[in-house]
Design a protein around this ligand. Sequence first.
Ligand code: ZN
Ligand code: ZN
Length: 440
Amino acid sequence: MRIRFWGTRGSIPKPGPATVRYGGNTSCVEVRAEGTLIVLDCGTGAHELGQQIVTANPGPMRGHLLITHTHWDHIQGFPFFAPLFVPGSEWDVYAPHQMGRTLAEILGGQMHRTYFPVPLGELAATIRYHELTEGVFELDAVRVTTRYLNHPAPALGYRLEANGVAVVYATDHEPHSRHHPDVRGDAARVHREDARHIEFLAGADLVIHDATYTLEEYPGKLSWGHTPAEWAVDFAVAAHARRLALFHHDPSRTDRAIDELLTLCRQRLPTAGAPEVFAAAEGQYLVVVRPGSPPMAAVPMVATTAEREVPQNKTTVLVADDDDGVMAVIVETLEPEGYRVLTASDGEAALQIARDERPDIVVLDWMMPKRDGLSVCRELRQDADPKIALVPVVLITGRTDAQDTIAGFDAGVTDYLTKPFKPTHLVARLQSWLIRSQRS
Ligand SMILES: [Zn+2]
Ligand SMILES: [Zn+2]
């Protein structure tokens, strides 16, 4: 596999003398494997990539665009990607399924005449849109595995495998554990989703990973949906990856500051078996090979990826929290997204409403009057009605102790959200659990 970075910056383009070496363009990575062209994200780096493609090959061509999520810095180059304007060309565009809006509507939104002169429907290439969940699919000779990332929008990471080589692209992801268990060793992971993330990176020849913050900055950025660079290193070490590219550089990080961060990250590496760590730079070209090695073992997956229909019925969410302020924020976030929201202010009421209304997903505060969230969860899991016994339960808590997290999972909690969190983060997590539960 051949890789070229066209944009390595996060959030907003940052050209200028202080970002010359690592680059100012936002996320865009070109991947070539066995004649297949894959473009990972379509940030502003896609402009120059597009120019190069049409210069080298002016005629019709075929390509695949894999988008992690539709935040600006990952789609802003889409209307400026020249191959989309070539008649006879065919492009398949993939992104996570979002409830309520199609991918074409979302991409078309930024091309509304208010913002851009050419509407989506007038692009000359044939464009097919694919809305993804977690799973596995093939793009010619490349096997693509998708996995949800932890971000305030539905976001997917991509694992690409071809010729016995694996490249993982996992940007815009925040670790689930705030207390960060020692992922460098073989210690038990306290958050299952972090363990799944490490499994997703496992044995990769190259991991391109979110490394937006430093560990020092992180406490001020909780729930923004990004990884401190030092923890990206820990994930790569735990996953036994061969190389790690620090990616999605903070727009405020100068070239010199990235050098310093890189030094910090390298100091963190164990003495033996450590991955090679570098900071992704715009224009950098890599050939990823593993001579003579067998193909990667299959990663266990939830199910095969399918293009999903938008659910017709309103999804019912039961939210139980005795804090009126938190409750108001959650309700005001979920209702405009089209959810039917039921509320309870104590554990007994939550249990009763769950039995009466059979919600599609339950959000529980840990500390509540009458019955705490763990106890409610244990009761739900014992229910004779399978819809109630298997309902996804998201526990909200301010507790960050590892033992508390383990207690939550032992009680049958599906996911675990630590305060403070952004409401958009909750929506993204709920969507991923709803989609997973609908498929099981
Ligand atoms: Zn981003
Ligand atoms: Zn983002």
